[in-house]
Design a protein around this ligand. Sequence first.
Ligand code: NAD
Length: 255
Amino acid sequence: MNLKRPELKEEIEQAAAIISASRHLVALTGAGCSTESGIPDFRSSGGLWKKYDPAIYADYAYFLKDPSKHWELNLDLMPLLENAKPNNAHLALVELEKAGLLKALITQNIDNLHQKAGCHTIIELHGNYREASCLNCRQCYDLDEIRNLPLRPFPHCPRCQGIIKPKVVLFGEALDSNVLARAKNEVEKADVLLIIGTALEIFPAALLPQIAKQHGARLIIVNPERTKARGRSDIFLRGKAGEILPKILSHIKGK
Ligand code: NAD
């Protein structure tokens, strides 16, 4: 990160001041929050969609026709997800929570890294790769139970032989309405929304900043790329989350 850019240093100080004075800080994270943990995002060069066509590997209608493709993606990614460690961005968010500033963390990520880091108030919009359920009888399974089943071409429910689906939201699949309602409620209460590592191109998650703004929140965006959402932000911190967030934290702690 080029902190020699005086405007970035100033913007980080401004962001720290806004966060310190906040009443209800909410964070919204996306795949970019985990790239520094070695998990590729969707759209960047080297992103997942360069290898896996989302219309085949991550589409709900396709899954119902042929679950094996999504399971192939899931099983390919599993060792990476299992071995990934939280990075400085995840850890800084935990510190903001411990300091009593961060009231809720809404994530589009399914990688479980906010939990691994020790964050408590997580709203997972798109689910978690460690959970699955049977599409027929709705029985839930965790990853450790799934691992004991025949996994290829895809696992079947031991109770009813139904198709087991990872509890991650696929394209064309509705979000859990309770989870979405909780997320909306948090952004409505927010006076500051910290948006980290998301292109904000997936709905309804992409509407959350707008809802926050309509309810008077200030938006702070952290992203190395100038995303479309930049125009809506009050402060746009151009850089990597794992570098920017610890700087913000240091200012808040007065170091
Ligand atoms: P996206 O791939 O569309 O966008 C990622 C954004 O993060 C980009 O704007 C990119 O510039 C930015 N970014 C990359 N590295 C960064 C860094 N070090 N610091 C800050 N920003 C960085 O991802 P999205 O907006 O989250 O939406 C796509 C969907 O991807 C979500 O639904 C999510 O479930 C899914 N996804 C999740 C994971 C994961 O769980 N880690 C990984 C890939 C995709």
